[in-house]
Design a binder for this molecule. Sequence first.
Ligand code: 4NP
Length: 171
Amino acid sequence: MNHHKQSPFKVLFVCLGNICRSPAAQGVMQQLVDEKGLTDRFFIDSAGTSGYHNGDLPDRRMRVHARQRGYELTHRSRRVEGSDFEQFHMIVAMDNANAADLRRMAATPQEASKIVMMGDYIRLMRNHYDYVPDPYYEGSEGFELVLDLLEDACDNLLTHILSSEDTPHRV
Ligand code: 4NP
């Protein structure tokens, strides 16, 4: 067991607006990490590929549905920036459009290799969802679905990070 102080493993969740899916993923993952006593070993953040909602709190509907499950979402929306590809060890895209935008932003193949798909970690309703669908134009069931998928995928992603031999930066 290594008891030396280590720098945190940094995970960035990314969607389009950074007001629905990715701040919810950030909240779910932060709570999982805290529950497991791993708070000091992780830095969890989120950002959007667009700057449409810069500075905004998460969408009110997302905050209401998240709060019902015990997550307080207080993140302020920001756009992904070039330095994120240097800062973070893992950049998690919610859907294929997010991943394509991120790949265009990566400065090097090494930076691009940090991009992973949230859908790859979804086990729930696996035959139906290999991405996290944008709930922005949906009703409340869209927000509940997003939270169901994120709770499942974050648990699986954390397990993967903690056990992976090929994690870019061992936790
Ligand atoms: P998100 O949802 O990408 O999950 O934050 C969206 C929020 C806002 C917009 C699109 C998606 N928008 O076009 O304003």
